[in-house]
Design a protein around this ligand. Structure first.
Ligand code: SF4
Length: 387
């Protein structure tokens, strides 16, 4: 399907040091105003105010027991903005003393629960980055996704973010919405850039098992774009954003230079991170762990469950290869005392000939075509390494 490409192209220079010291911290807020029909994240309908207070108090209690320092803090969900300014302020202030100077502090927000007052309160409490769920700027596509609020709410939210002095915000965009075309996708991406987004996350819509979308798809009542259409939309997003100064830096993520998500870069560099909240995953002291998807257990003070050791070379390679920078020989050598193993390099050669990755003395990195087939490509590379 692809012509032969040279295997000796230079790798791009990486300008952002992602092997910095210090861990990140992820806090999960598992409440949403409603359930989106495609979502399989752990999120519950908005509970009574008293339970939101209890959740906040338990999160603050658990944060107090964590050791920093953290170079990034990320409140995700769910819909953290649903907690409101006061509770979010309590959580952010509980973490404040554990943050390194200049730490990136992100709060995920839904436009329908994000007004100017909330933005000012977040900025006051130390938030310097907001991630806003948009999905699409096309009304018909938004309706298909079950998105209630209109674009005016998103525009009001981004205005509030700017006024509050939070110059760094990200918008989530969905690729592969039924009926989406390259033209409608470009309209959505243009809207994002016009709003002033420094960072975009573009995720492919999939019918995850157990969701209403999966049931509709299996009943033939929902038709998602086929692989060729998904490929065209993905490549369209990559090219459109690159041409406008917002290049891809990870399979699904794009940013103006210097605005890459430092918190997420930590995940892809297999850096340690603390975690708090039901369904949250963490990685500390060489061990992975997770909290069960169980609000009651979290509120009762149950500890997270151990998932065993993490951060070995195959895991590190798998995560690094999600980045456009890829797996670097020098960083691997510093971290593991050896470079990229010969079996992995040998397995990479035929994939490079297919145009799915680039390979040279500096490292290995996937191309956009490789990202589209990342599961198969990574499986081939890492399977070879384990033999
Ligand atoms: S707002 Fe986000 S987390 Fe909540 S149900 Fe929708 S997609 Fe899932």
């Amino acid at each position: 399907m692809h012509g032969l490409r040279t295997v000796h192209q230079p790798l791009p220079h990486w300008k952002h040091d992602i092997t910095v010291s210090g861990a990140g911290c992820y806090i999960h807020i598992p409440f949403c105003a409603g359930k989106c029909p495609y979502c399989d994240f752990y999120s519950l309908p908005r509970p009574a105010e008293a339970l939101l207070d209890r959740y906040t108090a338990e999160t603050v209690r658990r944060l107090a027991a964590q050791a920093g320092p953290w170079r990034s803090l990320y409140l995700g969900g769910g819909t953290p903005s649903l907690l409101g300014a006061k509770r979010l302020g309590e959580i952010l202030r509980a973490a404040e003393g554990k943050l390194l100077p200049g730490a990136e502090v992100t709060v995920e927000c839904n436009p329908s629960s994000t007004d100017e007052a909330l933005c000012y309160a977040l900025a006051e409490a130390g938030c310097n980055r907001i991630s806003l769920g948009l999905q699409s700027a096309v009304p018909e596509e938004r309706r298909r996704l079950g998105r209630g609020s209109g674009l005016d709410r998103t525009a009001a939210a981004t205005e509030g973010i700017r006024r509050a002095g939070i110059g760094n915000f990200s918008l989530d965009v969905m690729l592969g919405i039924p009926g989406q075309t390259e033209a409608s996708l470009r309209a959505t991406l243009s809207f994002c850039l016009t709003q002033g987004a420094r960072h975009l996350s573009c995720y492919l819509l999939t019918a995850e098992e157990g969701t209403p979308f999966a049931r509709l798809a299996s009943a033939g009542a929902l038709s998602l774009p086929d692989e060729d259409a998904q490929r065209a939309l993905y490549l369209c997003a990559c090219a459109f954003l690159e041409e406008r100064g917002c290049p891809q830096y990870e399979i699904s993520n794009f940013a103006q230079p210097g605005y890459e998500s430092r918190h997420n870069l930590g995940y892809w560099d297999a850096a340690p991170y603390a975690a708090v909240g039901p369904a949250a995953h963490g990685f500390l002291h060489g061990r992975r762990f997770h909290y069960p998807r169980d609000l009651a257990a979290f509120l009762a003070g149950e500890p997270p469950e151990d998932d065993g050791p993490g951060g070995d070379f195959p895991e590190y390679a798998m995560l690094r290869l999600r980045l456009t920078e890829g797996l670097r020989e020098d960083l691997a050598r510093t971290r593991f005392g050896h470079g990229i193993p010969s079996p992995l390099r040998r397995a990479a050669e035929p994939l490079a000939a297919l145009g799915l990755l680039r390979l040279n003395s500096e490292g290995v990195r996937l191309t956009r075509e490789g990202f589209l087939l990342s599961n198969a490509v990574l499986g081939r590379l890492l399977d070879a390494d384990s033999r």
